[in-house]
Design a protein around this ligand. Structure first.
Ligand SMILES: [Zn+2]
Length: 314
């Protein structure tokens, strides 16, 4: 099993900031130390090129991001203090999702990026801790490579995937399904192909049934894609600081199983898993949810093959 992590590339963050920067290293070290994966299986993505980001994002926006010249409004909606390290990490994160998607397509069936799912980033805007939209960039580059054409996004982060909807919603060869809490960020939605809006306090049973229905609606409308991009957000958890749903640990595990089985068996499509958001007061709860996702992913991946060496992206 090959998976990807940018945990060794942190960035300066003020004390007490809600972004769970420390989680990614705890997660990576946790799954290595308990033998879930070998240290050598976890690879570090290089920083994706600006040209590659330019397949999706506006040139002037990328220039401001590269040079650190975002205006005050842009900095505020991003929610993270700009630094060269922040940009480096986001470029590596985007490349990690692309590598993981290639792993899925190269026979592993399930690819895994321990990060990514930066679904609020739009064509010319960084929003909600998301600099670049790894889902749209991965789709664009895999299309250029002739690897995929039709993609299905299953966004189970508790927040609506407005950036992905902006970038892939109008695309006839992409279908965006987003399942979220109805009264939560982003308060101005950009409609997905299918938005499943759940009331605050929704628990396991109603969530899983609404998700299953959403997957069926998507399958009827779009058929089988060449690739599924799954955002396994940890923030629908009942203790999350920014989510308003009420899923249990077991409910989140069942959610992962439902999406992965639907992709691999129901649609016979490879799937790339990204982690998206998660803001529990105790970072260890976020690690626990992400570790469940990793285990569900590995249990369904083909691990008996030798993958080609990672390809550079021009
Ligand atoms: Zn979120």
């Amino acid at each position: 099993m090959r998976l990807w992590s940018h945990a060794d590339f942190p960035f300066p963050l003020p004390a007490g900031h809600r972004y769970p920067l420390g989680k990614y290293r705890l997660l990576r070290d946790g799954i290595v130390n308990d033998g879930t994966v070998r240290a050598a299986d976890v690879q570090t993505p290089e920083a994706i090129s600006w040209d590659a980001l330019g397949t999706v994002h506006e040139a002037a926006f990328l220039e401001r991001m590269r040079d650190g010249t975002l205006d005050r409004r842009e900095s505020r909606v991003l929610g993270l203090p700009w630094s060269p390290e922040l940009v480096e990490r986001a470029r590596r994160g985007t490349q990690g999702t692309l590598h993981a998607a290639r792993d899925a397509l190269d026979g592993q069936r399930v690819g895994l990026m321990l990060g990514g799912g930066t679904h609020h980033a739009g064509r010319a805007s960084a929003r909600g801790y998301c600099l670049f939209n790894d889902l749209a960039v991965t789709t664009a580059l895999l299309r250029t490579e002739g690897r995929v054409q039709r993609v299905l996004v299953v966004d189970c982060d508790v927040h609506q995937g407005d950036g992905t909807a902006e970038l892939l919603g109008p695309d006839p060869d992409a279908y965006t399904l987003s399942v979220q809490c109805e009264r939560n960020y982003p308060f101005t939605r950009i409609p997905s192909d299918l938005d499943v809006e759940l009331p605050a306090g929704t628990g396991d049973e109603r969530y899983l049934s609404a998700l299953a229905d959403g997957l069926q609606v998507a399958a009827r409308a779009f058929g089988a894609p060449d690739l599924v991009l799954y955002l396994a957000g940890a923030d629908p958890w009942e203790g999350d600081g920014l989510g308003r749903l009420a899923l249990s640990f077991d409910g989140l595990r069942a959610r992962d199983a439902l999406v992965l089985d639907h992709a691999l068996q129901g649609l016979d499509a490879p799937v790339v898993v990204t982690l998206a958001g998660g803001y529990p007061p105790d970072v260890r709860d976020g690690v626990r949810i992400n570790r469940q996702t990793v285990r569900e992913a590995i249990a369904r991946a083909r691990t008996d093959l030798t993958l080609p060496p990672p390809r550079a992206t021009s």
